[in-house]
Structures are given as C-alpha cells and as structure tokens.
Design a protein around this ligand. Structure first.
Ligand SMILES: NC(=O)c1ccc[n+]([C@@H]2O[C@H](COP(=O)([O-])OP(=O)(O)OC[C@H]3O[C@@H](n4cnc5c(N)ncnc54)[C@H](OP(=O)(O)O)[C@@H]3O)[C@@H](O)[C@H]2O)c1
Length: 289
C-alpha cells in the first residue's frame, strides 16, 4: 500500500498527510519556510494564533504563487483565548490574518492559561470555545474543526455534548511517546490524529536506534521518524526553517521512501518507549481537569 496522500475528514474533506509545522518561525523565516514548503510540494501548513505568524504564513502562501484554496491551513485558538468572548475575538483575528475559510481550526489546549490546571473552570471554558468553533463551522468560515492536546477523557467529555464532532486531535506522538490508547480511541471515533514533535523537536534525531534504523534503510533519521508516524496512521507536521531539510521530508520524498522501513524496523522503533522509557518534549495536558 502506498503512502496515503491524505487522511479523510468529515464531509469529504481531505487532510494532507504531510504538512509544515511553524512553531517558533517568525517574520521572514516563517514566510520563507512556507514558500519553500509549497515549492517542495507541501499543501498543508500548521500555524496557531499563539505562534504569532499567521500573517507571515498567509504572506508565504501568496509569495509562492500556489492558490490559497489549494493549501490546507490549520490554526488554533490559544489557551489565552478560551471562552465565548475571547475565542470569538481570536477566530475573527485568525480569519483576518489567514483569509476565509480556514481549513481546520483547533482548540489548542484543553486548559485555560494562568488558571489552575485542576480548576473545573477549564471544562466550562473549553466547552464555550467549542461552541464558538461550531458556530464558525456552520457559517462556513472553518471547513473543519478539532482539538489539540486532548486526552481520552477530554475527548469523551467533548463527544458527550458536541453538535459537530471533532475531526482532528493534534497531539505529541513519536516513538518515545506513542499515545497508543489515545490513537485507538481516535480511530474508534473517526478522529484523525496529527502527530507533532515527530522529531522530538530535534532531540530524537540523535537517538542511536533511530540512527541505526535510518542507516540500515538508507533514509535520514528525520525521514525514519516521520515514516514511523505515517505508518502508524497519523499525519505529520515537521518544522524546519531550512529549505533543504523541508525538501528532505516533503510529501513526494516520503512517498518514495514509504516502504523502506520493514515491520522489523518499525518494531525496533516501537520498542524504544519500553526500552528507554517515555519521553515528552512538549507541554503535558495530563493534569488539566
Ligand atoms: N498543538 C501543539 O500543542 C503543538 C506543540 C508543539 C508543536 N506543534 C506543531 O508541530 C510542529 C512540529 O513540532 P516541533 O517544531 O516542536 O518539532 P519537530 O518537528 O519534532 O522538530 C523540529 C526540529 O527539528 C529540526 N529539523 C527539522 N527537519 C529536520 C531534518 N530534515 N533534519 C534535521 N533536523 C531537522 C528543526 O531544525 P531547523 O528548523 O533548524 O531545521 C527543529 O529544530 C510545530 O512546528 C507546530 O506546528 C504543535
């Protein structure tokens, strides 16, 4: 079976399985990386209001000459923007920066910034934010809506009241943080999983097992890690500011390398979590009530 170029979303939408992450990319670095990615064949860009680069993402798309409608853009309502009024303002600002419609809008985090993680107010605020996303979705401003960093219990709660079910859960996922239970839950509920930190924010590229798998299959460590995520059914959104690295893991390049990793190679990467222990590189939602 070849690399699935897209993952199915509700209403016939398709999420390109390889996108460019843009966390920490600012200014000309952000617009340049987006233009380089589109030149390399990417059609999926991941941004967020908290990255403060939505305008640069739009500028990079415009500079590339690729029509905006051909690019799948994800943005997110930040933990500082939870609740009816703040989320409404956040959605308006993202639409002004990125243009209408936005392909996928996510609740970035189940909690509220500067609020006690255990406080029950988190649940009320994210429910209000979800209602705002549903409203914009109904109006056609967001083609799909979803969440990020939701654990199984956050998803179960959301599914209990959602009028529009989440299309996506974007979560940290790589061989040292595999999210098996969460991925199974998402699969059971037709929620596509977008894996972030596939490269461990760069740290996993140095792992000896990753390097050995890469060397024995003729791929780079970055390609090996992204192939692992794709082979486990996730979309991936690696971030780089370097056009050569962006091209190195482009959708076409990963499609060429799709079957380089055998089941044994995948099993060696699967074993990392048990052999070396779990390792998380980004924020941890496990304490959010
Ligand atoms: N929803 C959330 O809460 C959340 C949290 C974290 C991340 N994300 C999203 O996921 C994206 C990816 O996560 P991430 O940025 O934390 O980490 P990542 O993609 O795991 O790793 C990025 C790092 O790897 C390096 N790199 C990239 N491609 C490479 C290659 N081919 N060879 C060698 N090094 C390479 C980059 O350096 P250079 O830039 O110098 O090339 C950068 O330092 C983010 O940009 C963001 O869009 C979402």
């Amino acid at each position: 079976m070849p690399l699935p170029p897209t993952l199915p979303l509700p209403a016939g939408l398709a999420l390109p399985s390889v996108g460019l992450g843009t966390f920490r990319l600012r200014g000309a670095d952000a617009s340049g990386a987006v233009a380089a990615a589109l030149e390399a064949g990417y059609r999926h860009i991941d941004t967020a209001s908290i990255y403060k680069n939505e305008g640069e993402v739009a500028a990079g798309i415009a500079a590339s000459g690729v029509p905006r409608r051909e690019v799948f853009v994800t943005s997110k309502v930040s933990p500082y923007q939870q609740g009816e009024a703040a989320a409404t303002a956040a959605c308006k600002a993202s639409l002004a920066a990125l243009g209408r419609p936005i392909d996928l809008m996510l609740v970035h985090w189940p909690g509220v910034a500067r609020q006690d993680a255990a406080a029950p107010g988190n649940a009320d605020a994210r429910r209000q934010t979800w209602r705002v996303l549903e409203r914009y979705h109904r109006e056609g401003a967001f083609r799909a809506i979803g969440v990020s960093n939701y654990e199984v219990r956050h998803l179960a709660e959301l599914l209990s009241y959602a009028e529009v079910a989440p299309a996506v859960n974007q979560v940290e996922c790589h061989p040292r943080w595999q999210q098996r239970e969460l991925r199974a839950f998402c699969s059971d509920h037709s929620i596509a999983v977008v894996a972030y930190c596939s490269l461990g924010s760069g740290a996993l590229l140095q792992d000896p097992t990753v390097q050995a798998v890469a060397a024995s299959t003729g791929v780079t460590p970055a390609q090996a890690l992204l192939l692992w995520g794709l082979r486990r059914g996730c979309a991936v959104i690696p971030k780089s500011a370097d056009p050569r690295r962006i091209a190195d893991v482009s959708p076409a390049r990963l499609a060429q390398l799709w079957d380089r990793l055998t089941d044994d190679h995948l099993a060696a990467l699967d074993a990392l979590e048990a052999e070396q222990g779990q390792c998380k590189y980004a924020w941890d939602p496990s304490g959010i009530a």
